[in-house]
Design a protein around this ligand. Structure first.
Ligand code: CTP
Ligand code: CA
Length: 223
């Protein structure tokens, strides 16, 4: 029975929210990306601003309009490494980090400076990939006063995998959701909230806006 955040309860607080998918260059005209729309992260940024917090919104690629609110400062990034660098710059002045973005997990092991051309007779192309840095884990290990919140996007063993992420990434909270059917770009979602030392809590299916409100209220109480 959490109440909706009244205005200005988070005035004086500063939060980082990341949203959207990052992209890793393959060659000068191509990239590796994912289907994140940015809707969840932007809804969270909006709710934090409505509650009076100053928001640093770090966005990768998003499918919706960037919110225009004087409390929201937008930082546009491309790759996962760019997103990490931006979050690192903002982190020490922040009270909270919400990693709602979908950073690309892999990038090309060796960058390709010219457009890849099809060779005569070629049917296959093999690209060697290597892992990008884990932003949530990096900041989770480094946090002091900050509340660090992550998401877990799973297609199987949702709660087990999400619990493992909570621990592995030193997060205070994980918002877990099943992405096997139609979450990307959708207005609605059903999530579980996992916190250290507490049983997972299931929230009913809600709009992403509704989830954002409830989440900001819950995080606000911890800050
Ligand atoms: N995340 C991150 N940096 C990455 C990858 C993910 O900060 N390079 C964050 C996401 O923003 C999210 C959380 O970690 O808050 C979990 O992301 P998810 O994709 O569910 O998990 P991964 O750790 O990437 O593991 P996997 O994709 O293999 O399940
Ligand atoms: Ca991932």
């Amino acid at each position: 029975c959490e109440k909706l955040s009244p205005q200005n309860t988070l005035r004086g607080k500063r939060v980082i929210v990341t949203a959207g998918g990052t992209r890793e260059a393959v060659d000068p005209v191509r990239y590796l990306g994912n289907r994140s729309s940015g809707k969840m992260g932007i809804a969270i940024a909006d709710e934090f601003a409505k509650a009076g917090a100053q928001v640093d919104l770090v966005i990768g690629n998003i499918d919706i309009a960037i919110p225009n609110n004087e409390l929201i400062k937008v930082y546009q990034v491309t790759s996962t490494e760019d997103m990490l660098a931006q979050v690192e710059k903002l982190f020490s002045a922040s009270d909270c980090l919400v990693m709602a973005a979908a950073p690309a997990d892999f990038k090309l092991k060796n960058s390709i400076n010219q457009k890849i051309k099809k060779k005569p007779g070629q049917t296959d192309l093999v690209l060697e990939l290597t892992q990008t840095p884990d932003i949530l884990k990096t900041m989770g290990k480094r946090k002091d006063q900050q509340i660090v919140v992550g998401f877990a996007a799973e297609t199987e063993n949702l709660l087990v995998n999400a619990q493992a992420k909570l621990e592995r990434k030193h997060a205070d909270m994980i918002v877990a959701n099943d992405v096997s059917s139609g979450v990307f770009g959708s207005d609605k979602n059903q999530v579980y909230i996992l916190q250290k030392g507490l049983e997972p809590v299931s929230w009913p299916e809600m709009t992403k806006k509704g989830i954002a409100k409830r989440l900001v209220n819950l995080i606000g109480k911890k800050m």
